[in-house]
Ligand binder design. Structure first.
Ligand SMILES: [Zn+2]
Length: 318
């Protein structure tokens, strides 16, 4: 294997944005595998789910929203704490920024390190990085388990259905229209990032999402899924990736192999099936490292810092 550029530093090609109407109340802002933003338009207010990485990038979401409604953007929901999803929040001027208490706790514990780490990994995804205000994005409302917001007559449920991509994963669910905004718990034609994941829990959490019987789903990355067949594909593909990786890493751990040896084997095994998904080469070292950690000494994800990112990459890809 030749030496690969660190993370996504060699990925410089801008993506084509789509703003897909799912119903009179729901839109998906997607960009060929870059992080998505969900939009819910209620009777009197707009809710945005995940913000984009910088305020300048969020302005493009706002421009699309303004093409379909002039209602005020009152709510920003953070599906989880990752910088690429939360640091554009200030652009919306929303009264309320909502996250699970678990997500809030992660921002306290590791928000600063995550910010530095993610900006280093994905320079293209932090366009106009200087527009990010100092500090972090702080939720103004937190909840545990379930919270319901009524946008007039439109019911929006914010649900924690289990750990997976992170400890604090939140989905937004429109029960009247069976539309689900999954955050990074579900990806489509994009590699799940699992560097902060709970491999043991993620498959069951996906089953819990499936039990809602969504008819449409906005994944964390990839195109909006607009039929129940596509939703099933998105859920099944993500679950297969997580289960295949866990099984492959577990085999190496049982055989007493070190992380580098396990990484090489797992990469070779998963590449034929998943290698065409975007950010595959970026995610694999982080995902295998976290899975190896979980199966050995670390029930909870260790904090990634810009320095640890580089050390890990050198150890596995150098
Ligand atoms: Zn994420």
């Amino acid at each position: 294997m030749s030496t690969k550029a660190f993370a996504s530093q060699a990925d410089l090609q801008d993506k084509q944005v789509s703003f897909t109407k799912l119903s009179d109340h729901a839109y998906a802002y997607t960009a060929e595998g870059d992080p998505n933003t969900g939009v819910i338009i209620g009777d009197d207010a707009v809710m945005v789910i995940d913000t984009q990485a910088t305020p300048v990038m969020a302005q493009d979401v706002i421009r699309r929203i303004r093409e379909v409604t002039d209602k005020p953007i009152q709510y920003v929901v953070l599906s989880h704490y990752h910088a690429v999803r939360v640091l554009g929040a200030s652009a919306y001027g929303a009264q309320h920024i909502i996250a699970s208490q678990d997500t809030y706790d992660l921002i306290v514990e590791r928000g600063e390190q995550d910010k530095a780490s993610e900006i280093g990994r994905f320079p293209r995804l932090f366009r106009a990085v200087e527009s990010i205000p100092p500090g972090l994005t702080w939720p103004t409302i937190t909840f545990t388990g379930k919270m319901t917001i009524w946008l007039g007559k439109l019911e929006v449920q914010l649900l924690q259905l289990g750990r997976g991509h992170t400890k604090g994963d939140t989905v937004a669910w429109l029960p009247q229209e069976r539309i689900l905004f999954s955050g990074d718990l579900v990806e489509f034609d994009a590699t799940p990032y699992a560097g902060d994941a709970y491999f043991r829990d993620w498959p069951q959490t996906l089953d819990n999402l499936a039990a809602l019987k969504p008819e449409k789903l906005v994944p964390g990355r990839g195109a909006a899924l607009t039929t129940s067949e596509q939703v099933q594909q998105g859920l099944a593909g993500t679950k297969a990736f997580i289960e295949d990786m866990r099984a492959a890493v577990e085999e190496g751990v049982r055989a007493g192999k070190d992380l580098r040896a396990v990484y090489k084997e797992v990469y070779a095994r998963l590449q034929p099936k998943y290698g065409r998904w975007v950010i595959f080469d970026h995610c694999m070292p982080f995902d295998v490292t976290r899975c190896y950690d979980e199966l050995t000494a670390y029930p909870d994800p260790r904090i990634w810092t810009a320095e640890r990112d580089r050390q890990m990459w050198e150890a596995l890809e150098g």
